[in-house]
Design a protein around this ligand. Structure first.
Ligand SMILES: [Zn+2]
Length: 298
C-alpha cells in the first residue's frame, strides 16, 4: 500500500504556493500555525501527460483572511515539484501542468538564495524584478508551438510583489532588510543541487546578477506559460564573501535558515491570503495568442 492518494480530479483553484528551501524543516503550513489556514488534503498525487507528480496539499483559507471575504482553496506544491527522494530537473513540467489544469492565476514560490551583490546581506529578503537563465527552461509547457508568444518582461508580478513586501515588513526582523521589486534586482538561476562555485558566482555577477537562486527560473517561465503571475518569496543564506572565501569549505551561513524559515513561511501564507481570486493582472496578457495563419498555414 502507498500513502499517496492518486487524485482523479485536479481541484479548481486560482492560487498556488510552492514550498522549497525557505520552508525546510517545517511541515507547511501545519507547523506555521496561521489561524484560518487548514489542510483539506495532503499526500495528493496527480497523473499528468509528463508523469506522476506527488506530495501536493490542498489548503483552505478562511473567509476572514481573504480580500473577497469568502473562503478560498489553494494548491500547495512540495519543494518546487521535486520528488522527495531525488532531484528531477524536469519536475516543473508535470507540476505546472497541474497548475494549468487547476486554472491557477497567481503563483508564489518560496526559496533561499546567495547574494553576489555586496550590499545584499544574509538574512535579507530579495524580491527580484528580473531573471538570468540563459537556457530558459527546456521543459516548456507552451501549448501549440506557434500559437502563443510569451514575453520575458515583468516575469515577477509587481502587484503581488508589493503585497509580499507589505506583509513581510510586518514580520521580518528589523535588523535585516527587504529589497522590494522596485529596486530592479536580478536573480541568476543555477539548477543545482551543487552550490555555486566561486568562479560561477563571479560569472553571474559579471552578467548582472545580484543574487543566485536554484529555484526560480523554471517557476517564473512556466508561470508565464500558463498565464499566471509569479512572485518569489526568498531570502539570502550566503553573501558575496561566503562565495569567495576558498579557505572555508562551507558556503551557507547555518544560523540564517532556522531563524527565518518560520517567518518566511508565515509571510508566504499571509501574502497568498491577500492575493485576489478574480482580478485580472497585466501579467496575464503577457502570454499572447498569435494570429491563426502562423500555425494554420505551413
Ligand atoms: Zn501579475
Amino acid at each position: 500500500m502507498t500513502d499517496k492518494q492518486i487524485s482523479a480530479s485536479i481541484p479548481s483553484v486560482r492560487t498556488a504556493v510552492i514550498t522549497g528551501s525557505a520552508n525546510w524543516g517545517i511541515a507547511f503550513p501545519e507547523d506555521v500555525g496561521v489561524a484560518g489556514v487548514r489542510v483539506l488534503a495532503r499526500d495528493l498525487a496527480f497523473e499528468t501527460p509528463y508523469g506522476l507528480t506527488e506530495n501536493w496539499k490542498l489548503l483552505e483559507f478562511d473567509a476572514s483572511l481573504t480580500v473577497e471575504g469568502r473562503a478560498k482553496q489553494v494548491l500547495c506544491m512540495y519543494s518546487h515539484g521535486n520528488p522527495r527522494d531525488h532531484i528531477d530537473h524536469s519536475c516543473h513540467r508535470p507540476a505546472f501542468w497541474v497548475l494549468m489544469q487547476a486554472g491557477v492565476r497567481r503563483v508564489l514560490a518560496c526559496s533561499t538564495m546567495g547574494a553576489v551583490n555586496k550590499a545584499i546581506q544574509p538574512g535579507d529578503m530579495v524580491i527580484n524584478a528580473d531573471l538570468i537563465e540563459l537556457t530558459q527552461t527546456p521543459y516548456s509547457l507552451l501549448e501549440g508551438r506557434q500559437r502563443f508568444d510569451c514575453s520575458g518582461k515583468q516575469l515577477v508580478c509587481p502587484h503581488c510583489a508589493s503585497l509580499l513586501a507589505q506583509t513581510a515588513r510586518r514580520h521580518w526582523p528589523a535588523s535585516r532588510r527587504i529589497h522590494g521589486v522596485e529596486q530592479g534586482l536580478v536573480a541568476a538561476h543555477a539548477y543545482g543541487p551543487r552550490l555555486t562555485s566561486p568562479a560561477e558566482a563571479m560569472a553571474f555577477r559579471s552578467m548582472g546578477a545580484d543574487v543566485i537562486n536554484h529555484s526560480i527560473a523554471p517557476e517564473a517561465t512556466l508561470s508565464r506559460e500558463i498565464g499566471a503571475c509569479f512572485t518569489p518569496c526568498a531570502f539570502v543564506t550566503a553573501g558575496f564573501n561566503d562565495y569567495m572565501d576558498r579557505n572555508r569549505g562551507q558556503l551557507l551561513q547555518d544560523d540564517v535558515l532556522p531563524s527565518l524559515s518560520m517567518i518566511a513561511s508565515r509571510v508566504a501564507l499571509e501574502t497568498i491570503a491577500r492575493f485576489p481570486e478574480d482580478e485580472d493582472c497585466t501579467c496575464h496578457s503577457l502570454k499572447s495568442p498569435q494570429p491563426e495563419e502562423r500555425y494554420a498555414r505551413f
